[in-house]
Structures are given as structure tokens and as C-alpha cells.
Write a protein that binds this ligand. Structure first.
Ligand code: AMP
Ligand code: DBH
Length: 552
């Protein structure tokens, strides 16, 4: 059974759930050729027609051709449609680095349903929130992963969230529906009115700096530009082979240039179940991987392992490193140890992505975080009063452009703070700019912890810890760490009448509340009071300083 698809060009995302890029800008971006009027579903169909037998996805011994991925996406789209999933519906997708990830998301793209990209590490608190807040109708999970049963989590969340009708399982479905059963449902070929290029394609997650993660609405038009724009700057062609070493759903391995960039180019995507060198290097050798992306702590581990590895990793041409600041010293070691070109990438799921260019001078590659993809990415560097700082000085990075959102999904109050009146996104990053236009990340103004590329909103963790009956107050801050860049420290004031608390009690409490493991505080310290700012707020700055002083 195949499913004829149509892609009406008339419908357009109405902007009810989040501010759209205004028409006058949209017209400019189309006229400039950035927005090509493509959809993900249509893109896959075109590639499958052009080169059906070329391999699109390699996962272990499985090799899915473009033709096969296209047919699988169609079948599954028909199955989803038969279960009542329609255009605009949200579906939380939490899958590891397996081929089925693409089958599922392209099926949803074809329908115009919006995948909500959860990470495998997310647990009940996050998943419940994603399902409830987006009014998701379905949740797609693996059976078990790393000893954790995602079907149990799904059962709990389904009991709590009334909109959630279906749980689809890749693997042994238990009480739920296997995704393979969905694709097998005998049904009449259905006509699915797919999305328009200007429609939303999915909701990506922001690392956030508030109590709950924000959802990032990306359109087919805008995201597709970030893909082919990245491909040009990262040297991606149909000959390229990209290793998905970071979690597949994260914006970096998805789009910079990532798996979707590679599929756009007609190249090959290779799934890597774990990012450690012992797992990744044999795959690089076997599959002749040419390009991949890592966060800085992993890049350090790969660099160390690269010097002595028995595996032949000489096919690797480009290693992208980003997600957190890569130190100059570490950056200098990459090419000698791994024999490939380093490309620094400073990106964000909200849009703007900067790359060092492959032909930049070596000094630029190791000392900057790159420059924007697009000539129409507008960059402002401003002081606390939103006034532009003099050239070369550091300030807050604001940005607007052809693939940067104008607002988060259903978050008008937050949007008023995170975007300027004329639509610039306040990144929360402190940067300076070199005369060549390259950005150097100098620091951060937002209350966020960047734990080796994994972003943590202190407020989210604080809200959980405050729920402990013996805790009076809590403040979570970053402490510098040689390997991860930053780790988390929770300062806790116990209640006066509390039983004596231990750090492990707090950590266990956070874990049991069902928060992703990377958000569990690395350290917990008990104090009687917090340092205060002049106006009596908790001074996280002072807490960070005293945490960083070894004798404190
Ligand atoms: P998110 O908005 O959650 O997608 O996270 C994006 C944030 O990650 C950026 O705003 C930066 O704070 C941080 N980031 C990403 N890449 C880099 C990099 N190469 N250097 C420093 N910080 C980075
Ligand atoms: O950290 C990020 O979010 C990020 C890093 C590099 C990103 O979204 C990207 C490249 O696209």
C-alpha cells in the first residue's frame, strides 16, 4: 500500500501559537533564494525519486536506501493517519540513535503533524510537561534503553495527560502498539493533505533558563535553509557520510549540518549508539565516515583516544565542535590527533548558527566560534540598555534572520522578555566580534548552566528541590569543571526543624521526581543563608565565586 500525498501551497501557518516571521521579511527571504518552498516530506520524495538505491541510513547491519526510507515513511504516515493523527497535531518523539527515528519523523512531517523532539535522557517530569503543554495526541518510545523501561514511563504519562491517546513503541510493544503494526494496518490508500513550506514542521526544545523548557517552533522553509546553508559551509555533498554520535533529536546533530543536512544533500547518515571512541571509531573505520559533530567534553576524549587508536579513522575530514565553549588549548589538539579539520560551531535551536569556515586561517579556527551562515543573519552586540557596543567590545548577542524564530510556542509573556520589539532574539550569550565578523563567546548573561553542552535551567531544578519537605530554600549554580566546562552545585538551606540532611538525599529526591539524570546536582552543600545582592536577591554571582574557590 502506498499513499498518494499532496502538498497544497495555499495553506499557511497562521501564527496563532507563536509569532511568525513577518510577511515583508518572508518575501525578502524568498526573493533572496533562502526559502525554496520545500517541505521535508517533499524533499525525501524527490531524493528517493532521483536516487532510490543510494543508502540513506546505516544502523549497524541495516542499510536503508532513500527508496526504502521513502516507502517506510509513507506507510507509517498512513498508519498514523488511520489512528487519527492529523496536520498540526503534536507527537512527542523520544527515540535513541536508531534508523526508526527517521521513519517516524518523516512520517509525521508528511502528515504535517509536529514531532516534539524529546531526548532519551528525559524522564517523567519533562515528558509529562511536553505532553501536557503541547496537548500531544501520541508519544513514540523505544521499549527499553539503558536499563530503563520507556513503556512504564509512557503508561504513567498517559494516565495523567488526557489528550494522549496513543503510545507507539519501537521494539517490543508490551501493552501498547508496535510501530511496525501501525505500518501494516490494512487500509485504503489515504489522501493526506500535507503541510505547506511555511507551516510549522516540528517543535524543538530550548535548554531554557526558566522553570520549564520552552518549545521552539520551526518551519519547513526556515529549517531547510539552515540545512543547505550549513551543507555549503561544511563541505557536505552526496559523497559525505555523517556519524550521528550525539542524541539524534538534538538540534546540533539534526541540522548543523547533521542528519537532515546529509539527507538534503543525498549523502549517508550513520547511526552511532554511544559517542565514546570505543563505539564510534570502529564505526568510522567500517563506514568510512567523513564528518561528525561533538560537544567539547567528547572532543577531548576523542582527541586523547585518537593518538593511539588501532582503528583507521583517516576517512574523517571534518569534526564539528560546539554546544559549549571549546577551549583554545583543546581546539589546537584536534587536527594533530585526529587528522581532520576542526570546525567550531556556535548554534542554538532558536535559529542562528555560526561556523568557522573550512578555509579560515588556523588561528581563526581555534580562537573563534565562527560567523553566521547567512548574509542576512543580523547580529547586534549591545550593552544592558540595548545600545550597540563599540566594535570589538563584548556585549549581549541579539539576532534576527531567515532561520531564527520570532517567538517561542505559546509563551507570550516569555516572548516579551526574550525578543526585542523589532523581533531580535535575546540569545543570553555575551560575545565579541572580530574584524572578520567572527564571534567569540565570552560568557553568558542568562541563568543557565552549560554542562558540557547539556543545558540546565537552574530554576527547573530548584523548583523540584523546593518540593522536599525538609528544604527551606535552594539555589543552583554552575561551578567550573575542567572536563565538562561547568558542573552543577545546589546550595540548600534546610528547614530549622529538619532532620539532618545528606547530599545524597537531595540527589535521590531529584532523581525520583523523574528529572533527566544530567540535571541531578553534581554537588549539594548545606548553608544557613545565601549571599545577597544590594536589593536583597540571591547573589548567584557570589555563590559561583565562592564555589569556584577551593577553600570555601
Ligand atoms: P539552546 O538555546 O538550548 O539551543 O542552546 C544554545 C546555547 O548553547 C547558546 O545560546 C550558547 O549559550 C550555547 N552554545 C552553543 N554552541 C556554543 C559554542 N560553540 N560556544 C559557546 N556556547 C555555545
Ligand atoms: O547548543 C546548541 O543548541 C547547538 C550547538 C551547535 C545547536 O543548536 C546547533 C549547533 O545547531
Amino acid at each position: 500500500m502506498t499513499t498518494p500525498m499532496t502538498t497544497p501551497m495555499t495553506s499557511a501557518y497562521s501564527g496563532v501559537d507563536a509569532p511568525r516571521i513577518p510577511d515583508e521579511f518572508a518575501e525578502r527571504y524568498r526573493a533572496a533564494g533562502y526559502w525554496r518552498g520545500e517541505t521535508f516530506g517533499g524533499m525525501l520524495r524527490e531524493r528517493a525519486e532521483a536516487h532510490p538505491d543510494r543508502v540513506a541510513i546505516t544502523d549497524g547491519d541495516r542499510n536503508w536506501t532513500y527508496g526504502e526510507l521513502d516507502v517506510r515513511a509513507d506507510r507509517l504516515a498512513a498508519g498514523f493517519a488511520a489512528r487519527g493523527i492529523t496536520k498540526g497535531d503534536r507527537v512527542v518523539v523520544q527515540l535513541p540513535n536508531i534508523a526508526e527515528f527517521f521513519e517516524v519523523v518523516f512520517a509525521l512531517f508528511r502528515i504535517g503533524a509536529l514531532p516534539v523532539f524529546a531526548l532519551p535522557a528525559h524522564r517523567e517530569t519533562e515528558i509529562h510537561y511536553f505532553c501536557e503543554f503541547t496537548e500531544a495526541v501520541a508519544y513514540v518510545v523505544p521499549d527499553r534503553l539503558g536499563g530503563f523501561d520507556h513503556r512504564d514511563l509512557a503508561a504513567k504519562v498517559r494516565a495523567e495527560v488526557p489528550t494522549l491517546r496513543d503510545v507507539f513503541v519501537v521494539g517490543d510493544p508490551g501493552e501498547d502498539t508496535a510501530h511496525t503494526a501501525l505500518a501494516d494496518v490494512p487500509c485504503e490508500p489515504v489522501e493526506i493533505a500535507g503541510p505547506a513550506p511555511s507551516d510549522l514542521a516540528f517543535l524543538q526544545l530550548s535548554g531554557g533558563s526558566t522553570g520549564v523548557p520552552k518549545l521552539i517552533p520551526r518551519t519547513h522553509d526556515d529549517y531547510m535553509y539552515s540545512l543547505w546553508g550549513s551543507n555549503e559551509l561544511c563541505g557536505v555533498t552526496e559523497e559525505s557520510v555523517y556519524l550521528v554520535a550525539l542524541p539524534a533529536a538534538h538540534n546540533f546533530p539534526l541540522s548543523s549540518p547533521g542528519s537532515l543536512g546529509l539527507l538534503y544533500a543525498g549523502g549517508r547518515v550513520v547511526m552511532c549508539p554511544q559517542p565514546d571512541p570505543d563505539t564510534a571509531f570502529p564505526i568510522i573505520e567500517r563506514e568510512k565516515v567523513t564528518i561528525t559533530g561533538l560537544v567539547p567534553p567528547l572532543a577531548l576524549v576523542w582527541t586523547d583516544a585518537g593518538r593511539t587508536t588501532p582503528y583507521d579513522i583517516s576517512s574523517l575530514d571534518v569534526l564539528l565542535v560546539g554546544g559549549a565553549k571549546f577551549s583554545e588549548a583543546a581546539a589546537r589538539r584536534v587536527t594533530p590527533a585526529l587528522g581532520c579539520t576542526l570546525q567550531q560551531v556556535f548554534g542554538m535551536a532558536e535559529g542562528l548558527v555560526n561556523y568557522t569556515r573550512l578555509d579560515d586561517p588556523a588561528e581563526t579556527i581555534v580562537t573563534t566560534q565562527g560567523r553566521p551562515i547567512s548574509p542576512d543573519d543580523e547580529i547586534r552586540i549591545v550593552d544592558d540598555a540595548d545600545q550597540d557596543v563599540p566594535d570589538g567590545e563584548s556585549g549581549h548577542l541579539l539576532t534576527r534572520g531567515p532561520y531564527t524564530i520570532r517567538g517561542y510556542w505559546r509563551a507570550p509573556e516569555h516572548n516579551a522578555r526574550s525578543f526585542t520589539a523589532d523581533g531580535f532574539y535575546r540569545t543570553g550569550d555575551i560575545v565579541s566580534r572580530t574584524p572578520t565578523g567572527h564571534l567569540v563567546v565570552e560568557g553568558r548573561a542568562k541563568d543557565q548552566i552549560n554542562r558540557g553542552g547539556e543545558k540546565i535551567a537552574p530554576e527547573e531544578v530548584e523548583n523540584i528541590i523546593l518540593g522536599h519537605p525538609h528544604v527551606h530554600d535552594v539555589s543552583v549554580v554552575a561551578v567550573p569543571d575542567e572536563y565538562l566546562g561547568e558542573r552543577t552545585l545546589a546550595y540548600v538551606i534546610p528547614r530549622e526543624d529538619a532532620e539532618p540532611l545528606k547530599p545524597v538525599t537531595i540527589k535521590k529526591f531529584v532523581r525520583e521526581r523523574g528529572l533527566a539524570a544530567f540535571k541531578v546536582p553534581d554537588r549539594v552543600e548545606f548553608v544557613t543563608a545565601f549571599p545577597q545582592t544590594g536589593i536583597g536577591k540571591v547573589s548567584k554571582k557570589d555563590q559561583r565565586t565562592s564555589a569556584a574557590t577551593p577553600d570555601s
